[in-house]
Each structure stands twice: as C-alpha cells, then as structure tokens.
Design a protein around this ligand. Structure first.
Ligand code: GTP
Ligand code: MG
Length: 240
C-alpha cells in the first residue's frame, strides 16, 4: 500500500508545548493527489509549523489531519515519515561526494536511483558537467555549489526515498522561474503531492491550490485566479 497523497486539514489548531499562544488557528483545506500546493505568508506566519504537522513532527492541539482519508494520528510514524519527503528550510550538506550527499539517510540507494532523483530535482545536468560527476567532492576541499544548486541537491536527497508527498520549505527560493517550473512539472509527472513554501508569486502561478497564511490563520485559499479576484492581500503581493 502506498499513499495517493491527498492531504486534508480539518479545523487544525496548534501551539508549541512551551508557549501560551497558538501559532496555527483553525486551519482547514483539502488537496488532491499529485497536485501542487503553494503556502505563502510573511515570516512567522506559521508556514514551517504547518508542514511539520504532516509527518507528525508535532501534534496539533485540535482538529484532524488526514492522508487519503485516514487520520494520521492512527498511522505508524515510521511509515508516515518514509512516505513523506521533507526538505527543511536550513540546508545541510556535508564534506563528501555528491552521491553520498544525495543518498544521505538512504545509504542503500543505487546509482540509478540517485541519478533518477537528481534528474527530477533538475540538478543532473549540472552534476555531469563536473569532471568527477557524482563522485565530485563537496565542501572545503572540493566544489562549492551555488545556493540554487544546493537547494536542488537537497531536493534530490528527499526524492531518492520516492516519497508520495514532498514538503519543500523555501527550497526553491534561489531557483530561476524556468527551473522551478520544470521541477514542479516533474513532480506532477510522478504524482507526488507537493507542498511548496514560497515567497515568490512565480511559484504560486501554477499551483493547484494556494494557502495564504497571516498570523497563523488561513486568510485565503484557492487558485491564482481566485485569489487575484477575491483577496486584497494576494493582489498586493502580486503587484509588489
Ligand atoms: P519564516 O520561515 O520566517 O518565513 O516563518 P514561518 O511562516 O515558517 O513561521 P514558523 O512556522 O516557523 O513560526 C510560526 C510561529 O511559531 C512564530 O511565532 C515562531 O516564533 C514560532 N515557532 C516556530 N518554531 C518554534 C519552536 O520550535 N518552538 C516555539 N515555541 N515556537 C516556535
Ligand atoms: Mg519557515
């Protein structure tokens, strides 16, 4: 059994255990399998906290989160985290080869699987231009990658695990519009439901669903066309 990746939030409220105030208030939305969901909102709005609930890095205080109709609190967390790829906001690369960096956490990945993940992440063409290709060493004694290359490498690391759901926390901020669009299309082609935290309007244009967060509340949700028509904040972001 593998997931289809339909994620549903029903009246979800969340606060960190050591704080008094909720950081997410009454969040409800529904995604279809294999679609792209863009999450926008100012710094501190709750974007990272929201996606962290999906692999149960934290537990919500109220409401229900479902994947394919099943309440995730009834799912085995290991199974859940195996099925969900998470690219955190802070990139972690280590001194070692590109191959080792992509396979980190899935050391039994074959070279074919690593190449497939790198192709999906739109970084394969860059890698094969290095004389040592996938054996290129990164870090102090090796090659220094650009910000956008590092982001794509960490996306490849998540994809090598063949997730059904992918969480990208600001992971495309350094990508140009075309590369980002190719990445999102590649993820659609493999039917991977993608949550894309972003500050860029170019990333939301092709999203099936945009969630606009403000101070932990879902201010608006819908397609680009719907938000342009009804949401003053979204219009302001679009025009700025
Ligand atoms: P940016 O990444 O800056 O764009 O913000 P974000 O939208 O991802 O916000 P995030 O979900 O990280 O934070 C929402 C609120 O939760 C903020 O008020 C944070 O200060 C708070 N917060 C985030 N992480 C933690 C945590 O680990 N513990 C506690 N107690 N509060 C946190
Ligand atoms: Mg964040």
């Amino acid at each position: 059994y593998t997931m289809n990746g339909a994620v549903t939030f029903e009246h979800v409220t969340f606060q960190y255990p050591d704080t008094a105030a909720a950081v997410l208030h009454d969040i409800s939305f529904e995604t279809k399998p294999g679609t792209t969901v863009a999450i926008m909102g100012a710094t501190g709005a709750g974007k990272t906290s929201l996606v962290g609930l999906i692999p149960r890095l934290y537990e919500q205080n109220a409401g229900v989160i479902k994947i394919d109709g099943t309440d995730i609190s009834t799912l085995n967390t290991e199974y859940l985290r195996d099925s969900i790829g998470y690219v955190p906001q802070e990139i972690i690369l280590f001194t070692g080869t590109i191959r080792e960096n992509i396979a980190w956490g899935k050391e039994d990945a074959t070279l074919d699987e690593i190449i497939e993940a790198a192709k999906l992440a739109q970084i394969h063409d860059t890698i094969i231009q290095f004389p040592l290709g996938y054996d290129t060493i990164l870090g102090q004694k090796g090659v220094n990658l650009s910000g956008g290359q590092k982001q794509r490498l960490t996306i490849a690391r998540a994809l090598v695990r063949k997730p059904c759901i992918l969480l990208l926390d600001d992971s495309t901020s350094a990508l140009d519009v075309r590369t980002e669009a190719s990445l999102l299309q590649a993820l659609r082609n493999i039917s991977c439901t993608t949550f894309l935290i972003t500050q860029k309007i170019s990333s939301t244009l092709h999203a099936d669903l945009i969630l606009l967060l403000e101070d932990g509340s879902l201010l608006a949700q819908g397609s680009h066309e719907e938000l342009i028509a009804d949401c003053a904040l979204y219009q302001r972001i679009y025009e700025s």
